[in-house]
Design a binder for this molecule. Structure first.
Ligand code: ADP
Ligand code: 5GP
Length: 204
């Protein structure tokens, strides 16, 4: 039976330290799960190949502040010097249409989402070890030695917040980690909802 139309979608938040593999895993998850990825707003410059509206909404600091002042963001945070935020209306609209929504955001942002929307399901992505995290950060080739050191120190502070999360997945073998995240998404979608009448009615 397909998900009943009247049923609200689930809000999933994947976060974890920079370099753990959030971006890599979310890309795979979007191919296998029925989810809409929320497109964040940021003040950072686009990287090569990134498209406005697809990867991010790239805005100026003034535009970002205007969005904060107008209450348009579900959460926002300063991540390593740039502002990032989740546009609220798009997320709410998708959930109300019964679509599952995925946010790929930093740890501070994830905790703010949980405060604003208790229904949010938080998944913490852990690296297999701090050593491997450093290797991934340097292998990615986007950070200086100094940035890698700063990010791995911050990683430990973030890992200390694990207790606030609902699930954790260790990203050691990529295929296994993807299958664990998709198992969480599927299982959450099969929880018996508060309103069961619409489901039962399909059999009457
Ligand atoms: P994040 O989005 O959390 O900052 P990325 O998705 O950019 O992390 O991944 C960081 C680096 O680690 C990338 O170079 C990516 O290819 C690599 N990576 C991700 N997952 C794995 C994995 N399971 N095994 C080995 N390398 C991985
Ligand atoms: P990047 O600049 O590499 O695309 O992203 C840097 C960090 O910002 C990543 O950890 C990413 O998860 C986080 N991020 C992306 N969008 C948002 C957002 O809307 N809110 C918050 N809080 N963090 C975000």
């Amino acid at each position: 039976m397909a998900k009943h139309r009247a049923q609200r979608g689930n809000l999933f938040v994947i976060s974890g330290p920079s370099g753990t593999g959030k971006g890599t895993i979310c890309k795979e998850i979007l191919n296998i799960c029925d989810l809409k990825l929320s497109v964040s707003m940021t003040t950072r410059n686009p990287r090569e190949g990134e498209q406005n509206g697809r990867d991010y909404f790239f805005v100026t600091k003034e535009q970002f502040e205007e969005n904060i002042a107008n209450g348009n963001l579900l959460e926002y945070a300063n991540v390593y010097g740039n502002m990032y935020g989740t546009p609220k209306d798009a997320v709410i609209r998708q959930l109300e249409r019964g679509k599952n929504v995925l946010l790929e955001i930093d740890v501070q942002g994830a905790l703010k989402v949980k405060k604003a929307m208790d229904e949010a399901i938080l998944i913490f992505l852990l690296p297999p070890s701090m050593e491997i995290l450093r290797e991934r950060l340097s292998g990615r080739g986007t950070d200086s030695e100094e940035a890698i050191e700063r990010r791995s120190q911050e990683a430990l502070n973030e890992i200390r917040l694990l207790g606030e999360y609902d699930y954790y997945v260790v990203n050691d073998d990529l295929t296994e980690a993807v299958s664990e995240v998709s198992a969480i998404i599927l299982a959450e979608g099969r929880k018996v909802p508060d309103k069961v009448k619409p489901i039962i009615r399909e059999y009457e």
